[in-house]
Design a protein around this ligand. Structure first.
Ligand code: SIN
Ligand code: MN
Length: 263
């Protein structure tokens, strides 16, 4: 799936592109079920909120067949290759739970800020493409973006090791106030199967989920192969060290998995 010129321009201007309903209900339902199974696993890759509810499952594409297929899906890999202008590898893979009642905040940050500081990724030639596995509403902790903020490069940030279970380089309140006063805040909402692409430098956050509805979103963080990370400080399952270019599978791979699957 390639982006149209208009979509490409919208991404360049806003730093994100929302593509509602990109995956069918039949494609998403098995992934949602698989996420619930994975969250119960006792593995180092499954991080929890202070309540014990799952916060995220890292590297799920390495221990779950449905998430492996999603990680090489052409509807995700091809538009990112188009934007980054070359082959891509998986830098990080997360299935974020944002569980009903328990899902905690993600403070304001830029992902490339962490990839640069922690992993020594040379340039912001890496980005996220996310798939909603649940409906995302105003009530269940949606993603919030400051449009255009990706044009500002890497902003000054502090290393937040305290406010959630996940260390993150976060932006201060004065910066967020100034940026949001200028650019506003956009909150893409939509059904399961919707896709969001966003630039590595786009400022974003999400509030806690105190609703009774889960808000599961899968994030593929893809990096152009020659821009691979230079430092291996974080665990391999958080910042991957396999820089093999991803070869996109067939468009129907979630419904008719390949016969040579190793699983
Ligand atoms: C992230 O910014 O990496 C995750 C945010 C979320 O899932 O709400
Ligand atoms: Mn992020």
């Amino acid at each position: 799936m390639r982006l149209t010129r208009r979509q490409f321009e919208a991404f360049r201007n806003n730093g994100f592109l929302f593509l509602p309903g990109r995956f069918k209900v039949e494609e998403v339902a098995p992934l949602r079920k698989e996420a619930r199974r994975i969250y119960k696993l006792d593995r180092p890759e499954v991080w929890r909120e202070s309540s014990g509810a799952a916060r995220t499952a890292f590297a799920a594409h390495t221990y779950s067949e449905p998430f492996r297929l999603l990680g090489a899906h052409p509807r995700l890999i091809e538009p990112v290759m188009q934007i980054l202008g070359g082959p891509v590898y998986m830098h990080q893979y997360k299935v974020n739970a944002k569980a009903a009642f328990d899902g905690d905040v993600w403070q304001w940050h830029q992902d490339y800020g962490t990839w640069k500081r922690d992993d020594h990724m040379p340039e912001a030639r890496a980005m996220n493409i996310a798939v909603f596995l649940d409906e995302v509403t105003a009530a269940n902790g949606p993603l919030m973006f400051i449009p255009g903020s990706h044009k500002l490069g890497v902003l000054q940030a502090g290393h937040d090791l305290a406010s959630t279970s996940y260390p993150l380089w976060t932006l201060d309140r004065a910066t967020i106030t100034r940026l949001a006063d200028e650019g506003g805040i956009e909150v893409p909402l939509g059904p399961p199967g919707s896709v969001i692409m966003f630039h590595g430098n786009l400022v974003h956050a999400s509030p806690p989920n105190i609703s009774p509805w889960n808000r599961t979103i899968v994030y593929l963080s893809l990096c152009e192969v020659s821009n691979h990370i230079r430092r291996f400080k974080r665990p391999e399952w958080i910042a991957h060290r396999d820089f093999t270019p991803i070869v996109p599978l067939n468009d129907d791979c979630l419904l008719s998995p390949p016969v040579n699957s190793p699983w």
